[in-house]
Write a protein that binds this ligand. Structure first.
Ligand code: DQQ
Length: 575
C-alpha cells in the first residue's frame, strides 16, 4: 500500500485572516458567508443508528470517557451551520454507546486562550477518579495552545458543566521551543509513567516532518516539553489527533492507557492532514527513554505495513479505555461525500461510525475492530439463508428486512485458488477495486450489493476478489460507490485494501452496517474496515434492495448469511 497514492479531494489548508492579525491554519474548509443555519432539513439521508445531532456540522469525536457508569461523547460542532466554523465541544451521554442524549455544549470559547475556537482534545481520568480535559484553544493571536477544563461538580454523573483553569494555556508555542503556532494541536489522553509523571502528546509538524511532541508533568498542570518527540516521520505532514495506547499481546480485552508491561504492545495513531486518513503503527514503547519504536515505520510507505483503521471515509478517530467492560473503544468521524451545497440544503454534515472495540490480532501484525456488541440490541426481523453455492454471474436477493437500515453478515468458503486471476506485481488495491465491479474471469468479485434500485440503476457493491500472488491467495476487499447515486455531484470514489485472510484455511466474512447514507463494512472478522457515504436517489427507504452477488466465473460457497432490520436508535433522546 502506498499511503501517498490516495485520491485527494480537498485542499490541505485553508488560511483565514482574522482582523488582519495572524492566519488560523485550519484543517477544514472555512465558508465565511455560510455560518448560520436555515432550518430546511431534508431528512432523506439522516442516519437511524449512526451518531449525529439533530442538525449542523460535526467533526472529530473528542474526549470520550466513562464516568459513574455513563459514557460521555464530546465532539467538534458548529452550532450555527452545516459547514465547519464556530467550533464548540458538543456533549452527549449514553448508557450503551448506541442511544444518546444531548446536553448543552461542554466547552466553548470564553477565555483569551480559546477565544477563537475550542478544537480537539482528550480526557484523562486523574487520581481519585477525577476527569480532566485537555483541548486546543485558538487564542486571540490565532495561535494554537493547549488548555485544561475540569467538571464543576464531580457528583453530577452527567458532567454538565466544565470549568477552565485560570492557568490556561498550559502549553503554548514560544520562540524558545520553536513550535509552529499553527501546527500545534489535539492533545492525547495522558498516561502515567512508573516515575509518577504524566505524559501526553500534541500533534505537530516541522516543515513536512510529522511530529508527536511529548510533554511531561507531575501534576497535570505544569508541563515540560521533552527534548525529543515520542515519534516523528519525514514527509508525512501535519499529525492531527494523535492517539497512543497499549494493547494486550493476547486476547480481546483492553487495558488502561497507563499500562506498560511485558503483556502489551503500543499503538500510535495519527490523522495525516495531507491524506485525510488515519494511520497506525504497532511497536514498542520504552518508558525510560520515552521512545516509541514501530515494527514498521512510515518510511515503508510503499509497503503494505502502513496500516489504516478504515480504508474509506474516516478521520480524526480517538480511543478510550472502557474500564466498565474492560475494552478499548474506537470512535471516528465520517464526513459527507455530498457537495457543500447539498449539505447546506439538508442542514447537516458529518456522522460518527458505530463505536468499535479494538484489539491486537493474534498475528501481532495488525489491529482488529468490531462494532460494540450493544448495537445488536437494535436487530430485528432475523433472516437466515441456508448455505449455498453462488454460481458465477448469480445474483441472490435477500428479502424480509428493511434493506436501507440493516445489519448483514455473510461468510464465504473458498477451497482452492485454481481459477483465481494471477497478480504478478503489486498494484494499488484502490485501483484494482475500481477495475473490479464488472464481470471478471476468476474468483470474484463476490459480496453484497446494497442500496440497489430495481433494475440496478443504482447500487453500492461491497466485495472481495481473490488473486493468486506468488502461488498464494491474495484477498482484495472493496467498496465501490461509482454507481451508488444518479446525483453525480457526490464523491463516488471506490475504496479498497488487501486483507490478510488465509482463505484456504479460514472463512472469509463480510459484515455491512447499512444506514440510509452510510455503509460501514468489516471484512475478515474486523481485520479491515471500509466506510462509505452514499446518497441514492432511487434506492431509498423501502425502495432499497439487497443482494448477494458473484460476478466472477468460478462458483463460491456462501456458508452463512444472516441479516436483520435495524431499529432506530435514540440518537438525540430526552433525559
Ligand atoms: N479538527 C479540529 C482540529 C483537528 C482537526 C478542528 C482534525 O483540532 O486537528 O475542528 O479534523
Amino acid at each position: 500500500m502506498n499511503i501517498f497514492s490516495t485520491i485527494w479531494l480537498l485542499p490541505l489548508f485553508t488560511f483565514i485572516f482574522v482582523n488582519d492579525i495572524l492566519p488560523i491554519e485550519a484543517t477544514h474548509h472555512v465558508y465565511r458567508n455560510l455560518q448560520s443555519s436555515d432550518d430546511s432539513t431534508d431528512q432523506l439521508y439522516r442516519t437511524a443508528y449512526h451518531f449525529q445531532p439533530p442538525k449542523n456540522w460535526i467533526n472529530d469525536p473528542n474526549g470520550p470517557l466513562i464516568y459513574k457508569g455513563l459514557y460521555h461523547l464530546f465532539y467538534q460542532y458548529n452550532p450555527k451551520g452545516a459547514v465547519w466554523g464556530n467550533i464548540v465541544w458538543a456533549h452527549s451521554i449514553s448508557t450503551d454507546l448506541v442511544n444518546w442524549t444531548p446536553l448543552d455544549p461542554a466547552i466553548f470559547p470564553s477565555q483569551p486562550s480559546d477565544v477563537n475556537g475550542c478544537w480537539s482534545g482528550s480526557a484523562t481520568i486523574l487520581h481519585g477518579n477525577k476527569p480532566a480535559i485537555l483541548y486546543t484553544g485558538i487564542n486571540k493571536f490565532n495561535h494554537q495552545v493547549q488548555n485544561i477544563a475540569y467538571p464543576k461538580n464531580l457528583n453530577d454523573p452527567f458532567l454538565r458543566e466544565w470549568i477552565k483553569s485560570p492557568k490556561n494555556p498550559l502549553m503554548e508555542p514560544t520562540i524558545e521551543n520553536k513550535i509552529n503556532a499553527s501546527s500545534f494541536r489535539d492533545p492525547t489522553t495522558g498516561w502515567l509513567g512508573k516515575d509518577g509523571h504524566w505524559r501526553i502528546l500534541v500533534g505537530s509538524k516541522r516543515n513536512t516532518r510529522g511530529v508527536a511532541i511529548l510533554y511531561k508533568s507531575k501534576d497535570f498542570i505544569n508541563w515540560n516539553k521533552s527534548k525529543h518527540p515520542l515519534h516523528s516521520a519525514k514527509g508525512t505532514g501535519m499529525w492531527e489527533c494523535p492517539d497512543f495506547f497499549p494493547v494486550l499481546k493476547i486476547g480481546k480485552f483492553g487495558v488502561d492507557t497507563s499500562s506498560n508491561n511485558d503483556d502489551v504492545r503500543h499503538v500510535l495513531k495519527v490523522s495525516l492532514d495531507d491524506k485525510k486518513h488515519d494511520y497506525y503503527l504497532i511497536g514498542s514503547y520504552n518508558e525510560g527513554k520515552d521512545k516509541f519504536t514501530p515494527d514498521h515505520g512510515f518510511e515503508e510507505v510503499s509497503s503494505e505495513h502502513v496500516l489504516r483503521y478504515d480504508y474509506g471515509k474516516y478521520y480524526a478517530s480517538k480511543t478510550f479505555f472502557d474500564y466498565g467492560k474492560n475494552r478499548r473503544i474506537l470512535l471516528g468521524w465520517v464526513n459527507e461525500s455530498s457537495s457543500v451545497a447539498d449539505d447546506i440544503k439538508k442542514g447537516w454534515s458529518g456522522i460518527h461510525t458505530i463505536p468499535r472495540a479494538i484489539w491486537l490480532h493474534k498475528s501481532g501484525k495488525q489491529l482488529v475492530q468490531w462494532p460494540v456488541l450493544e448495537l445488536e440490541k437494535l436487530r430485528l426481523n432475523h433472516v437466515n439463508l441456508p448455505a449455498k453455492v453462488l454460481k458465477g454471474g448469480e445474483l441472490l436477493q435477500i428479502n424480509g428486512i428493511t434493506a436501507a437500515q440493516a445489519d448483514v453478515e455473510i461468510s464465504f468458503e473458498v477451497n482452492n485458488i485454481r481459477d483465481a486471476e494471477v497478480l504478478d506485481k503489486w498494484t494499488d488495491p484502490q485501483i484494482l477495486c475500481s477495475q473490479s465491479s464488472s464481470r471478471k474471469n476468476g474468483l470474484g468479485p463476490f459480496g453484497l450489493l446494497v442500496f440497489a434500485s430495481k433494475g440496478l440503476k443504482e447500487f453500492t457493491s461491497v466485495f472481495f476478489r481473490i488473486f493468486k500472488h506468488q502461488q498464494k491467495p491474495l484477498v482484495l476487499f472493496c467498496s465501490d460507490q461509482s454507481r451508488s447515486s444518479l446525483n453525480k455531484d457526490n464523491d463516488l470514489t471506490t475504496y479498497g485494501t488487501f486483507i490478510d485472510v488465509d482463505v484456504l484455511r479460514e472463512k472469509l466474512s463480510l459484515r455491512s452496517l447499512i444506514d440510509h447514507s452510510v455503509v460501514e463494512s468489516f471484512g475478515g472478522e474486523g481485520r479491515a474496515s471500509i466506510t462509505a457515504r452514499v446518497y441514492p436517489t432511487l434506492a431509498i427507504n423501502d425502495k432499497a434492495l439487497l443482494y448477494a452477488f458473484n460476478n466472477g466465473t468460478a462458483g463460491v460457497k456462501i456458508t452463512s448469511l444472516n441479516a436483520w432490520s435495524m431499529k432506530k436508535a435514540q440518537l438525540n433522546g430526552k433525559l
